[in-house]
Ligand binder design. Structure first.
Ligand code: HEC
Length: 189
């Protein structure tokens, strides 16, 4: 190894150590502001958003979506209205007032659902997303119910306000109709 190469290597290792120390100092001093009232730095926002999307896309490659039927959409409606709408709003309905204070702010799925495949929505709803406020529903909901929710979310961009409002908000008396055996079990909420 020539001495120039040696110097370059020592320099690179030194720079790396310095970077690690600076990073550690930021963490230990609480240097990155956690206040949800403050915006992320543009680098922070880019890093979090890109990782969020790529992580979900990567995981969802192993998920095969079933055919989404209108019956599944109806079965997902009460789940969506009970567990998602306060954060993500509906068609012509805004999110709950307290959700306005979240960072990241939960996107309005009536529009944002276009950007995601059914398999990606299924994976995200089942597993949630760390450090975002997006909960995991897998620990409390069977896959069959999560597919109903994904079907409803995928249908939202094409729904009118009236159609959205017309979907059941409660697990009603007709819960055993449609959607295969969906909804036949006792209400979970
Ligand atoms: C407590 C609030 C909260 C609840 C309840 C919630 N979410 Fe989320 N969700 C979030 C937040 C916050 C994000 C944004 C994460 C990010 O961008 O880093 C998100 C992201 C998403 C996304 C990706 C949207 C995009 O374009 O980034 C989908 C799809 C989604 N949620 C579906 C659902 C569904 C379906 C439910 C109900 C089963 C649900 N969420 C319940 C907070 C919530």
């Amino acid at each position: 190894m020539t001495s120039t190469v040696k110097h370059v290597l020592i320099g690179a290792v030194g720079a790396l150590l310095l970077l690690l120390l600076v990073g550690l100092a930021v963490i230990l001093s609480g240097g990155y502001d956690v206040a949800a009232t403050e915006r992320h730095t543009s680098l922070g926002a880019w890093a979090l958003d890109t990782n969020f999307r790529n992580s979900i896309q990567g995981h969802a490659e192993d998920v095969t979506a079933p055919e989404l039927t209108p019956a599944m959409v109806s079965a997902g409606a009460p789940e969506y209205k009970a567990m998602c709408a306060h954060c993500h709003g509906g068609v012509g309905e805004s999110r709950a007032e307290w959700a306005e204070g979240m960072r990241p702010k939960p996107p309005a799925l009536a529009a944002a659902a276009r950007e995601w495949s059914a398999a990606e929505i299924f994976w995200l709803v089942k597993h949630g997303a760390k450090m975002t406020g997006m909960p995991a529903f897998g620990p409390t909901h069977e896959d069959r119910k999560i597919w109903h929710i994904a079907a409803f979310v995928k249908a939202m961009p094409e729904m009118t306000r009236d159609q959205y409002a017309g979907y059941r908000a409660e697990h009603g008396e007709d819960a055993h109709s449609h959607a295969g055996d969906g909804g036949a079990s006792a209400p979970e909420h």
